[in-house]
Structure formats: structure tokens, C-alpha cells
Design a protein around this ligand. Structure first.
Ligand SMILES: [Fe+2]
Ligand SMILES: [Fe+2]
Length: 219
């Protein structure tokens, strides 16, 4: 199939799987204890730090000028998100300078992304799919912030972070249209996208089981 047909099919498959990531309303735990905006923003800091580093490593390893620029744009945006989230945490009484989100190393999803070696897999997993997951997770996080009355954090995500993550997903789409042109490249891209969604699903189930978290923002 053409890359246009492939990307449309992959998008449809991702969207169907993403619907399974949406929490069932009846499972929504009461918001209490540690499930609050600052603790969720600390999860976000870690996600943004990992996303910055992965995009920067892929950028340094890329000899495709368009992909290089797309990754440079993404790395800069994720670093900007980190800064904005750290600033918001400061306003909420948490000094992010005392916190090293990468102290424990990469989480399972970033470890998987790091293991990918071809551009088509990297883009399918890291931009096209991971950023599609972020769009869903950030929408849930914005709703959570509004529910607990944190309009400022909701606005930060709605007005700045969310449009950037959407742009990263579109960068992934454009690159896939250029690179997913052979049956082998398409199969590799599909495998990488599926594994990314599986890992995101496993991580979400674990977070829900251990901390009642299912509103953690993505990037
Ligand atoms: Fe981000
Ligand atoms: Fe992003």
C-alpha cells in the first residue's frame, strides 16, 4: 500500500487502541490523598525530561535534514514544557530544583524507544504514537485540573503544551508519509506503534493499581 494508505490505517488502529486507554468513568477513584496536581506535575516533569533526551539523541544520530529539524523542534518544545511545569510547581509550593526526574533512569517506555534503531520505527513510536497518547492523556489531565479548580494549570496545558504535542504528532505523520513507503518499513512502523501503545497501557494499569493515577499528563 502507499504511505498515505498506510498512515491512515495506522492512525485508525492507534485511535481504536487509544479508546481503550480512556478510563472507564465507573473506575474513577475519588480524588484524595496523594492524587493532586503537584504530584501529577512531577510525573509530567519526568515525561518531559525523558522526551527531551530521546528526541535529542535521535536528532544527534540523524542524517535526514527534515527529520533532524523535526526532532530539534520537539526536543526544544519538551524542554520548554519542563521549564513551564517546573515554574508552575514553584507557584504551587514545590521547588523543582530539588528534584531530579531522571535519577532513577528511564522508565520502560523510554527504554523501549531508546532501543529503536531505524528512523521509521523511531518516528512511528516516538512522535506519531507517543504524541497521540499524550493528546488523550493531556485532555484527561486538563479535565482533572478543572475539576479540582486549578484553572492555571489547565490553561498551561490547553493553551501551550497541548498544541505543541499535537504538532509533534503531525511531525510524526509527515515523516511517516516520507519514510513508510515499503512493506518492510510499514511492518516495522506498525510493530513499533503497537509496542508503544502496549507499554503505555501497561504503565497506566500499573499507575492505576499502585497510586490510583490515571490522569498523568503525557508529552
Ligand atoms: Fe511535552
Ligand atoms: Fe511532545
Amino acid at each position: 500500500m502507499t504511505s498515505e494508505e498506510f498512515v491512515a490505517a495506522l492512525d485508525a488502529e492507534n485511535q481504536a487502541r487509544l479508546r481503550a486507554l480512556e478510563p472507564d468513568a465507573t473506575l474513577t477513584p475519588e480524588v484524595k490523598g496523594p492524587l493532586n496536581v503537584p504530584n501529577l506535575l512531577k510525573v509530567a516533569l519526568r515525561n518531559e525530561a525523558e522526551a527531551t533526551l530521546i528526541a535529542a539523541r535521535w536528532l544527534a544520530a540523524s542524517d535526514d535534514i527534515k527529520l533532524m529539524l523535526a526532532l530539534a523542534r520537539q526536543a526544544a518544545d519538551e524542554a520548554k514544557h519542563y521549564e513551564l511545569i517546573a515554574k508552575r510547581l514553584g507557584q504551587l509550593g514545590f521547588d523543582a530544583d530539588t528534584f531530579d526526574p531522571l535519577a532513577g533512569g528511564f522508565g520502560p517506555l523510554s527504554k523501549y524507544l531508546e532501543s529503536l534503531t531505524s528512523s521509521v520505527e523511531r518516528v512511528a513510536a516516538g512522535q506519531f504514537t507517543r504524541e497521540a497518547i499524550a493528546i488523550v492523556k493531556n485532555r484527561q489531565f486538563i479535565e482533572f485540573c478543572e475539576r479540582v479548580g486549578d484553572k492555571e494549570t489547565a490553561a498551561l496545558y490547553r493553551d501551550i503544551i497541548e498544541p505543541d504535542e499535537r504538532h509533534h504528532h503531525e511531525l510524526g505523520r509527515r515523516t511517516l508519509l516520507r519514510l513508510a513507503t515499503t512493506p518492510e518499513a510499514q511492518a516495522a512502523a506498525q510493530r513499533a506503534a503497537r509496542r508503544t501503545l502496549e507499554l503505555a497501557d501497561e504503565l497506566q494499569k500499573k499507575a492505576l493499581a499502585t497510586a490510583g493515577i490515571h490522569h498523568a499528563p503525557g508529552c
